[in-house]
Design a protein around this ligand. Structure first.
Ligand code: F6R
Length: 244
């Protein structure tokens, strides 16, 4: 695992975007594994900037997202399909029909099966990840065990609390999500994870310093992947006790 310590969150995001951009430049028909949330929202503007400056072309790129809330229509402003359209896809020349965010409404069993089939079609060239305060990746929450495949996850109270900042009221935050399993995430050829903020220090410490797979910190599964880059700012590195 490679750990990059930056001077600021902004710089972390710029570096993550550069890594993703390089993948697309080297392989124009790349398949990108994408994420949502506050961290990802700060990374997409750098990819959009490079597209606008003619340095990136997404016309042959395809994408698949990690997860989606159960119960939110794709046009709900807090759905992850809506997030992707309004934070990224609307601003670049990616062909919308080559993007996939699982639906969180309708026949969920069918959606899970369709999502799993899409995941297995071919590995993503690079997977972008954020990390939850409790160490979740995708929506794989801590527990006695971790699921390898696509499944419906009951969100942790801490995740609902953290994500309530995007909703008018905590009660509006969905209680469940459809997510790739950790086995699906580990299928990526390359993984880049970005984190910031003192609330993530414990999870990051377990990820970059510990020597064990720990189901109470799902991100630790990334230790077995051969090509993971973790990008954190100095403030978080210090809080996590990481000396570069
Ligand atoms: C989002 C996702 C989540 C987030 C994580 C961090 O698609 O899978 O794992 O990456 O909850 O969210 P932020 O960046 O909002 O702190």
């Amino acid at each position: 695992m490679r750990v990059i310590v930056t001077e600021s969150f902004d710089q972390s995001c710029e570096i993550a975007a550069r890594i993703i951009g390089d993948v697309v430049r080297n392989k124009p028909d790349s398949r990108l594994g994408l994420a949502t949330g506050g961290t990802a929202a700060a990374i997409y503007p750098f990819l959009i900037r490079d597209y606008e400056e003619g340095k990136l072309d997404f016309s042959k790129v395809s994408s698949i997202n990690l997860d989606e809330y159960v119960g939110l229509n794709p046009d709900h402003p807090q759905s992850y399909r809506y997030f992707m359209d309004h934070n990224f896809f609307d601003f670049v020349n990616i062909d919308r029909k080559n993007t996939y965010v699982v639906s969180g409404v309708g026949d969920l069993e069918k959606n899970v099966a369709e999502f799993q089939q899409k995941v297995l079609e071919k590995p993503v060239d690079i997977q972008l990840l954020g990390i939850g305060e409790n160490g979740h990746i995708g929506f794989n929450e801590p527990g006695d065990t971790l699921k390898l495949s696509v499944h419906i996850e009951i969100l942790d109270e801490s995740t609902i609390e953290a994500n309530s900042r995007f909703f008018n009221d905590k009660n509006e935050v969905p209680k469940k999500a459809i997510t790739m399993g950790v086995g699906d995430i580990l299928r990526a050829k390359r993984i880049v994870l970005v984190a910031t903020g003192k609330k993530k220090a414990k999870a990051i410490r377990g990820l970059i310093l510990g020597d064990e797979l720990d189901c109470s910190n799902p991100s630790t599964v990334l230790k077995v992947h051969p090509n993971v880059t973790v990008i954190i700012d100095r403030e978080l590195a210090d809080m996590a006790g990481y000396k570069a």
